[in-house]
Design a protein around this ligand. Structure first.
Ligand SMILES: Cc1ncc(COP(=O)(O)O)c(C=O)c1O
Length: 409
């Protein structure tokens, strides 16, 4: 991996990372290599490339760039989707172990966790991730309760001794704290450094889903995260044209286990999608700048609108997550949630907009609007009348005029 001296600002890294070596007439962009297999006849373990499921040159530039942005010592690992990366990371939890996950995590992560917890016999504990004291109490509970008692499995191995060790030894940790901050869609802000250090002190692995913030707004590995995951589908790729995921770690053992899991289970990404993601990544800082300033303005205007019951955006001074976000993030992101009276009114707004696109997902250049409870799996604690906005990079007045007209119906 490239190690830069002097180091560049993230805005420059986005543009400059993982360029091919310079020589007269060389390409400025890394190539896409469309080959499922690679020539070789010796021991396959020694080959840099052997078969497309194990590794391909097409993944490496993106993996290198993401690692540099997240301040990882090892290359990132790209996967066929964010959820594939998440499933791979969750597979590190042993039978009889415990996963602590935010109540308002992305619902797909929660669904994956529920399914895996049942099948792989680990305990799933949901927590209010913005309530630091209660999360630390839950971490203490994990440490003090024998793993076998935590698991539903009658014959679960007793891993309590292992989980009482240090997360520095990632081979033995049997519990994992999952942090999503800000959460999707409630925009709760966790005390990321505080919770990661509390987890580490108790020998519990700390994982952060950094999809909403991107490495421009927070770099959790700097605060002691063991692994960072992304839905690359969202801001990193940025154009709603690929589905991809990634995991990043500086821990050799975790990296090797994730690499093996990706190769064996085959949750791999296509070369063209990864190339598109790298192309999207080049413009992340300008997209994020514009999207954030639009989001701040839309949130403020929604906050002042009489038909809007509540606005959630960490950039608003009266938002419960504002002080924490201001302290630990380099910006407030571009996702806004607001509540109207009920599901009917929220659906009517999503159907009345013209410029905003009524669709799920987020992080693309175009602005999207969605009533989250239209997903049957969304937790009931998410209000029926909550609309999530992924604010894009259009002109803010056009966005506001369209939204205001839809609200006033
Ligand atoms: C915060 C977060 N994490 C993970 C995912 C899953 O990513 P993907 O849809 O790329 O599988 C999503 C998708 O919406 C998300 O919002």
């Amino acid at each position: 991996m490239t190690s830069r001296e002097p180091s560049y600002a993230p805005e420059t890294v986005l543009v400059d990372a993982a360029r091919p070596d310079r020589s007269q007439g060389a390409a400025v962009n890394p190539p896409i290599v469309l080959s499922s297999t690679f020539i070789g006849s010796g021991d396959i373990g020694d080959a840099k490339y052997a078969y497309g499921r194990f590794g391909t040159p097409s993944w490496e530039p993106f993996e290198e760039a993401l690692a540099e942005l997240e301040h990882a010592k090892l290359p990132g690992l790209v996967y066929g989707s964010g959820l594939a990366a998440i499933a791979s990371v969750l597979s590190l939890i042993p039978r009889g172990g415990t996963l602590l996950m935010p109540r308002h995590s992305y619902q797909g992560s929660l669904q994956a966790a529920e399914e895996l917890a049942e099948r792989c016999e680990f305990a799933l504990v949901t927590v209010d991730i913005d309530d630091t004291d209660s999360v630390i109490a839950a971490l203490d509970e994990v440490r003090s309760t024998p793993a076998a008692a935590r698991s539903k499995a009658a014959d679960a191995p007793d891993l309590a001794a292992a989980s009482a060790g240090s997360a520095d030894d990632s081979t033995t940790a049997s519990a994992m704290l999952w942090i999503e901050s800000p959460t999707n869609p409630m925009l709760e802000v966790a005390d990321v450094p505080g919770l990661l250090s509390a987890a580490r002190e108790r020998g519990i692995l700390g994982v952060v889903d950094n999809t909403f913030a991107t490495p421009l707004l927070q770099t959790p590995l700097d605060h002691g995260a063991d692994i960072v995951v992304h839905s690359v589908t969202k801001y990193l790729a940025g154009h709603s044209d690929v589905v991809l995921g990634a995991a990043v770690t500086s821990d050799e053992n975790l990296h090797a286990r994730l690499l093996a899991d990706r190769a064996i289970r085959g949750a791999i990404a296509g070369p063209f999608e990864v190339w598109l993601a790298l192309r999207g990544l080049r413009t992340l800082s300008v997209r994020m700048d514009r999207a954030q300033s639009n989001a701040a303005e839309i949130a403020a205007r929604l906050n002042a609108h009489p038909d809007v019951a509540e606005v959630r955006y960490p950039g608003l001074a009266d938002d419960p997550g504002h002080a924490r976000a201001a302290e630990q993030m380099n910006g407030f992101g571009a996702i806004v949630a607001f509540c109207v009276d009920d599901a009917q009114k929220a659906t009517a707004i999503a159907e009345a907009v013209d410029l905003w696109t009524p669709a799920t997902s987020l992080g693309g250049v175009e602005s999207l609007i969605e009533r989250r409870r239209r997903h049957a799996s969304e937790p009931e604690s998410v209000p029926e009348g909550l609309l999530r906005l992924s604010v894009g990079i259009e002109h803010v007045d056009d966005l506001w005029n369209d939204l205001k007209a839809a609200i006033e119906g």
